[in-house]
Design a binder for this molecule. Structure first.
Ligand code: NAD
Length: 422
């Protein structure tokens, strides 16, 4: 366990340079890593051109650090890449409240992903299904022969499932390959295996295989986080009741659930982006999981316990990696993972679940208390000032006046630029 604390008071008041010095010490960053984070071209055109097609430039985003996270008695600083104001502040604030109750606790299932193989044109679909199950070991051996590295690390294909589904074009056999991906997100690994076993599956079933691809509904690879906060830390019983009611609203109504979950994903996606992971995969998994019982619902739940304190939990699929994809090619992603200090993809997934729960709490607390706009619009005022043409010191002057007047609007920003800029 580390003695470094992520509870850094007044972090938000410091200059970016001073904040980076603190992070450097916390995460033991090298001088080169510090230089890279400070540079305006941390992702070179040369590297970018190797990452995707038709590159013409790069697209920088702010990289912020959420503080105060205590997860399973360990302190974490959380790197977030995001364009939306108030997300980093809300996560830090919520983590501070949770700290008062002993921090976050987490758990996760093994890093098993599902690869799907679609078999059609079957004379007897049920018989084909049985044959696949009988040939489980042969199919898994074939799959594993295509990723000796993963197998040597204790991963690889671990099981086979087979189900029949009714579709608009008839019955289909779906063979599912369950692959332990260890510290990889695993899409490439699983897709390679699914493709490799398909000729064998065609031979066994006497059918025809079309699709061979990973499922982003990673139900076998889930992360959970939970916490209990003393009611005083949240702002009293009335706020606790407001949060519990907000949670019940989201559980019952998909229109609210979409926004409730978006709030949790604000934090998770920001960390996913900062670490070069696949945010589309995580978003797809989270929202599909939210609808797994037939109606789209919330991925987190808040309740009042017998002492009147607030108890929260979140659970979602967590297909993240520490190797593979862009994780090791994007130079800032490597540094972001070093700042996080996670040792396995499972630990990473659990930290992400805690971040999602914190982000959700931050949003619900503001909604249940003062309303979301006060904090949000105060931070957004600076964006509006810049968009209206303010530069230099005028940005803060215009933003502060708009907040004071409670008129955070482009037309007012323009008037103030004229008035204060002259
Ligand atoms: P990858 O193929 O780059 O790396 C995985 C491989 O690394 C493993 O197969 C293994 O051989 C090796 N490896 C070395 N050390 C390892 C360790 N400690 N743990 C596990 N494996 C180790 O990447 P990937 O994770 O298989 O695929 C991720 C990429 O696939 C992402 O860029 C994602 O965007 C992309 N992708 C996603 C989808 C989807 O989500 N639907 C589909 C296609 C591709």
């Amino acid at each position: 366990m580390t003695k470094r604390s992520s509870s850094i008071s007044g972090f938000y008041k410091l200059s970016p340079k001073r904040r980076l010095e603190i992070v450097k010490e916390f995460a033991n960053l090298s001088e080169d890593e510090v230089q890279l984070l400070q540079s305006n071209a941390s992702l070179s055109l040369k590297v970018a051109d190797r990452m995707i097609e038709n590159v013409i430039g790069t697209f920088p985003l702010p990289l912020g650090i959420a503080v105060n996270f205590l997860i399973n008695d360990r302190d974490y600083l959380i790197p977030m890449a995001i364009e939306e104001p108030s997300v980093v502040a809300a996560a830090s604030y919520a983590a501070k409240m949770v700290r008062a109750g002993g921090g976050f606790h987490t758990s996760s299932t093994p890093p098993v992903m599902i690869g799907q193989i679609q078999v059609v044109k079957l004379k007897d679909p049920e018989k084909a299904r049985q044959r696949v199950l009988e040939a489980k070991n042969r199919i898994m051996e074939k799959a594993n022969s295509h990723d000796p590295v993963l197998v040597s690390l204790g991963g690889g294909a671990k099981d086979i499932q087979a189900k029949l589904i009714d579709t608009s074009v008839g019955s289909m056999l779906i063979v599912e390959l369950l692959v332990d991906c260890r510290d990889a997100m695993g899409a490439n690994a699983v897709n390679t295996m699914a493709e490799a076993v398909s000729p064998l599956i065609e031979q066994i079933t006497e059918g025809h295989v079309y699709l061979r691809i990973i499922s982003n509904l990673a139900t076998e690879r889930r992360a959970r986080a939970w916490c209990t906060l003393p009611k005083e830390a949240v702002g009293g019983s009335e706020v606790v009741h407001g949060i519990v009611n907000a949670s019940a609203f989201a559980a019952a109504d998909p229109f609210r659930a979409a926004t409730h979950n978006k709030g949790a994903m604000n934090g998770i996606t920001a960390v996913i982006l900062a670490t070069g992971n696949d945010h589309r995969a995580i978003e797809a998994g989270a929202h599909a999981y939210a609808a797994i019982k037939g109606q789209y619902s919330s991925i987190s739940k808040w309740e009042e316990n017998e002492k009147g304190d607030l108890k929260g939990e979140i659970e979602l699929p967590m297909a993240v990696g520490l190797i593979g994809g862009a994780v090791r090619t994007h130079p800032v992603a490597k540094i972001a993972l070093k700042i996080l200090g996670v040792k396995t993809a499972n630990e990473f997934g659990e930290v992400l679940a805690a971040v999602g729960l914190a982000q959700n709490l931050g949003a619900l607390r503001a909604l249940a208390d003062e309303g979301i706009q006060r904090g949000h619009m105060s931070l957004h005022a600076r964006n509006i000032a810049v968009a209206a043409g303010a530069t230099g010191d005028l940005v803060n002057l215009v933003a502060e006046r708009m907040v004071k007047e409670r008129k955070i609007r482009a037309d007012r920003a323009k008037e103030l630029i004229k008035e204060l800029g002259s």
